[in-house]
Design a binder for this molecule. Structure first.
Ligand code: MG
Length: 318
């Protein structure tokens, strides 16, 4: 008996630490990931479709959230990467899980509200959903754009702690509304598992090996250790290559985002995805205050509320 009491007494403080501290930290990291997504989107949108040379000549190093760009954004305004993620997050919260029909309806309502930007594959397959009511696009080897990968964060949050097969199923429910494509699926799943690993504080070398390198083993087209990707297109492979190169070669939130957006091309989406990963990796304290205060306050409020709400759905409320 004495032995058992001693064991319980020794275990008690350990249990307290596991129940309280990591969940507080988890919420902070979830918020940082969502803020990172919005910041990368707003920062990158200014230089979307510019080449690195054009950025150098016009701006030097692009490092401030100033709006403009081809979309003529206000400073701090975000684009479809963030607003589609928020639409999906709302649908997940309303339904209580990731559901294809709810996601399709939310994306359709988002499109009706005339977003500042919309991808071609997203538009085409949402128009089709409006006609057919079927929330799954037809499989297409051509629909390998980054439009599903840019909005995986709410799925990552709602599915934190779930078995991998359930996560894969949930992601496909949202992704296939617009992008029913094997390469897109692989990219989405890799990003979600990386976010989970970063939330769990796993070793970065392990994450690189077991997620990024594993993706390349399954689909060699994603190899990102060869030539430097500049001017990445909206093809999900180039997006992931640019993001991984920036993410694994830098050691701060700011450097990661500056590296990826100054490559130009689809810079709002590479910025959004890199920002999500960097937020999950480095946490709230690492996000430059000037970037956080530059983002539209309503957007930040929605990101924060969804981070908390979606984690609660996953059974990880603080
Ligand atoms: Mg965008």
């Amino acid at each position: 008996m004495l032995w058992a009491r001693e064991l319980i007494a020794r275990r008690a403080p350990v249990r307290v630490r596991h129940v309280v501290a990591p969940r507080d930290e988890l919420t902070e990291r979830a918020k940082a990931a969502y803020f990172g997504l919005a910041i990368g989107d707003a920062l990158g949108a200014t230089v979307e479709f510019l080449t690195p040379n054009e950025i150098r000549h016009q701006i030097g190093v692009h490092r401030e959230i100033i709006g403009g760009g081809w979309l003529r954004l206000k400073a701090g305004q975000v684009t479809d990467d963030t607003t589609m993620s928020l639409a999906l997050g709302e649908a997940i919260l309303a339904h209580g899980s990731v559901d294809a029909k709810s996601a399709a309806e939310a994306f359709d309502a988002w499109m009706k509200a005339k977003p500042v930007d919309i991808g071609n594959t997203v538009r085409r397959n949402l128009v089709l959903f409006r006609k057919t009511g079927i929330p799954e696009a037809t499989f297409s080897e051509h629909d390998a754009g980054n439009g599903a990968a840019m909005r995986v964060l709410p799925v990552a949050l709602a599915c934190y702690g779930q078995p991998e097969k359930d996560v894969v199923f949930s992601n496909q429910a949202q992704a296939h509304v617009t992008h029913n494509n094997t390469i897109s699926d692989a990219a989405c799943e890799t990003l979600i598992f990386m976010v989970h690993d970063l939330f769990a504080g796993r070793d970065l070398a392990e994450i690189r090996q077991q997620r990024a390198d594993a993706l390349v083993s399954r689909f060699p087209v994603f190899a990102f250790n060869k030539k430097r990707i500049e001017n990445p297109s909206g093809y999900v492979v180039e997006t992931i290559q640019a993001v991984f190169q920036a993410f694994f070669s830098t050691e701060t939130f700011e450097d990661c985002l500056l590296d990826v957006v100054n490559r130009g091309g689809d810079a709002d989406t590479t910025g959004a995805i890199a920002g999500m990963l960097a937020g999950a990796r480095y946490g709230l304290e690492a996000i430059p205050k000037r970037w956080l205060s530059a983002i539209d306050g309503k957007t930040l409020g929605q990101c924060s509320a969804q981070a908390t709400g979606l984690l609660a759905l996953a059974g990880c409320a603080t």
